[in-house]
Design a protein. Structure first.
Length: 282
């Protein structure tokens, strides 16, 4: 008798329905999705799902909602190509496939008693938002909490209403900066590294932990600047992006030196990965 082929559940997409498609920026949308089978869905801050646009393809997208909300999943997606474009174009009621969650989380709980600095560049705020929300939920356990956000221009700032709410709450220090100001912008101008000294004010650098996410060049410069300010490399984490297929450590598409980004990352400690990031073509 021929045995039926069993496909591991991590490779089988579940069906989800789009509840809301919220435009964030001209080329960025946030999908709120619910599982059709009604099971609870969650993921730790920093983890990602493989989202499948039926008939088009499957891509890795970070979870970007509140980890405490186990009903609805949020993913913020930039339309850069065929699959991300198809996902951004899904209307309310449309169906998509999802596998996950996968990958390593931001170590938020381990930062109790420390000064936590979160640094986001552009869309990097999306994978960091769950970590910020978790940090806010345990705010009294942290010595301090700062957020540094950089965007190319004021119109490219992600989640502006939520940033304003957080700033108003007084629970965290926010520093917002843009590469290029436009008329009406009265805030800071310059790359995020110019804001780090200020973000660390009043902190002993040895007690600082940092989560950094954004374009690779921004993460490299930010981590180096933090090291120059005395923050140990072992207290910094970044989130990596590489092309993914299986997301379970078997196809090799996301290999980065000895690591598979889908299995050993995407969140890596800077002292483990920093030297490799400085080498071209890995
Ligand atoms: C762990 C992880 C988390 C991610 N989280 C998010 C997220 O929250 N939101 C989001 O919008 N995107 C995220 N991405 C990136 C997303 O997976 C890519 O943008 C997507 O694969 C593009 O597919 P596409 O078919 O739309 O475009 P393609 O036609 O495949 O590519 C369009 C352009 O994007 C580049 N590209 C493709 N894949 C990647 C990649 N993985 N990293 C960098 N550049 C790439 C291509 O070189 C090309 O220039 C994440 C990627 C990873 C690995
Ligand atoms: S995507 Fe297949 S090994 Fe990581």
């Amino acid at each position: 008798m021929i045995e039926p082929i069993r496909i591991p559940s991590a490779l089988l997409p579940r069906r989800f329905r789009v509840v809301v498609n919220c435009p964030e920026l001209s080329d960025v949308s946030t999908l709120s999705i619910l599982p059709l089978d009604g099971t609870q869905t969650s993921g730790k801050p920093g983890q990602f799902n493989m989202l499948y646009a039926f008939g088009v393809g499957e891509i890795a997208i970070s979870i970007s909602g509140n980890p405490a909300d186990t009903d609805t999943l949020l993913h913020t997606i930039r339309n850069v190509g065929a699959v991300s474009g198809a996902l951004c174009g899904l209307r309310e009621g449309a169906m998509l496939g999802l596998r996950g969650p996968f990958g390593t989380p931001w170590p938020v709980e381990a930062q109790a008693g420390r000064d936590l600095v979160i640094i986001a560049g552009g869309l990097g705020l999306a994978p960091l938002r769950p970590a910020i929300l978790q940090a806010l939920s345990m705010r009294s356990a942290l010595r301090s909490l700062s957020l540094v956000v950089g965007a190319r221009s004021p119109s490219q700032i992600l989640y502006p209403a939520q940033l304003a709410d957080w700033a108003g709450s007084g629970a965290l220090r926010i520093s917002l900066t843009v590469d290029r100001a436009t008329p009406g912008w009265t805030g800071m101008v310059g790359v995020v590294t110019t804001r780090l000294e200020r973000a660390l004010e009043g902190c002993d650098p040895a007690n600082v932990s940092a989560f950094v996410c954004g374009p690779e060049v921004m993460m490299r410069h930010s981590c180096q600047a933090l090291e120059d300010l005395g923050v140990p490399a072992a207290c910094q984490w970044i989130s990596m992006e590489r092309n993914m297929k299986c997301a379970v450590g078997s196809c090799g598409h996301c290999q980065f030196g000895p690591d598979f980004v889908c299995r050993d990352g995407p969140v890596f400690r800077w002292d483990r990965i920093g030297a490799r990031l400085r080498i071209r073509e890995i």
